[in-house]
Design a protein around this ligand. Structure first.
Ligand SMILES: Nc1ncnc2c1ncn2[C@@H]1O[C@H](COP(=O)(O)OP(=O)(O)OP(=O)(O)O)[C@@H](O)[C@H]1O
Ligand SMILES: [Mg+2]
Length: 327
């Protein structure tokens, strides 16, 4: 029997959901945020990238929440971290003069200069997360118990999380060094921060996910304690009918079933479903073996993930793999 993760996701302050494009990062981030809020935590789910997908999952018909964010359910706030808004906010705090800074940021040659600079988006975004994580209520309690980040798809090149470490070693002093050090400390504190990779049960992801996990742990120094394998096909025939195709193949080939094709055709259909299911299950296992991490399988939902009811289903499965909370 393989052992599960040791620390609950919901006991961290920052959960960064990542993975290849289209694996279900946004759905998983929204489901985890949902679960946290349901458990009474004050949750902020922060989406990155140019479009907003989270709000409509949490609240049907929701209008965009933008950089300012909005509370969509009790204790559950969503926002989109746009790096230009974040840098404008940062520079306003550091230098002052919002109107002037916004004008400079809109100035095309400056934007081109900025866009050519590597890593600033990552750094400014992580800096904003650090700032959100530090925010306190009047009582001194943190403003958010849990920050869930829907991180950009992992592609080639440097990972989103590696920028602070690189900056800390490249820039020896000054505010950039100082701020990057804070961000790096937040990322590499395992009691605080965990990365949650999301993969699909297919051949390539098995290999890519193990490479991602190794890089995150060894290069970035961030904790990864489980892998979500999303859209896993459920057993197709129910208990007691695991080998339905074989049962069908044993039927008299001449048998006429009212309104149904010949037993041979039914057996072929069932055989196809079973092999799809078994292949899917084998890749789930392989992802576990290759990464050496506990796997959290989430079911394939025939209608996709479109709203709160679907999030609730995914949340139940995420919850089932949470270790009991330490007393
Ligand atoms: N468990 C699931 N069962 C069925 N469909 C799913 C499941 N999870 C996600 N989907 C669907 O797959 C598509 C991609 O999901 P999602 O947007 O969450 O992925 P993503 O990794 O955030 O994608 P992107 O890289 O484009 O941001 C969506 O249409 C979503 O509804
Ligand atoms: Mg997404």
């Amino acid at each position: 029997l393989e052992s599960g993760p040791e620390r609950p996701l919901l006991a961290r302050r920052l959960v960064i959901v990542t993975g290849k494009g289209g694996t279900g990062k946004t759905s998983v981030a929204a489901a985890l945020a949902w679960l946290g809020a349901e458990r009474g935590l004050r949750v902020l789910v922060a989406e990155m990238g140019p479009d907003e997908h989270v709000p409509r999952l949490l609240e049907p018909g929701a209008t965009p929440v933008g950089y300012a964010g909005r509370e969509l359910r009790p204790g559950l706030r969503a926002m989109r971290i746009d790096p230009y808004s974040a840098i404008s906010e940062y520079l306003t705090l550091q230098v002052g003069g919002r109107a002037l800074i916004d004008r400079v940021l809109r100035y095309k040659p400056f934007r081109q200069l900025l866009d050519a600079a590597p890593g600033w988006r990552e750094l400014i975004t992580l800096g904003k997360l650090w700032h959100l994580e530090q925010m306190k209520q009047a009582s001194g309690r943190p403003l958010y118990d849990l920050l869930v980040v829907d991180a950009p798809a992992t592609g080639h090149g440097i990972t989103f999380l590696d920028v602070p470490r690189v900056v800390v070693s490249a820039v020896r002093a000054g505010p950039l060094h100082r701020h990057s050090t804070w961000v790096e400390a937040m990322i590499t504190d395992a009691a605080h921060t965990v990365v949650l990779p999301v993969a699909l049960a297919e051949e390539l992801p098995a290999r890519e996910t193990s490479e991602l996990v190794t890089r995150l742990r060894e290069q970035v120094g961030v904790d990864v304690d489980r892998v979500v394998v999303n859209a896993v096909m459920p057993a197709p025939f129910g208990a007691g009918f695991e080998r339905l195709d074989e049962t069908l193949a044993r039927l008299d080939p001449e048998l006429r079933l009212p309104g149904l094709p010949a037993p041979r055709v039914l057996a072929a259909c069932a055989g196809h479903l079973r092999s799809r299911f078994e292949l899917n299950r084998r890749y789930v296992e392989e992802i576990g073996n290759r990464t050496g991490l506990p796997v959290v399988p989430l079911p394939y939902l025939a209608g996709g993930v479109g709203g709160p009811e679907d999030l609730a289903v995914l949340a139940r499965h995420l919850e089932a793999h949470e270790p009991a909370r330490a007393a």
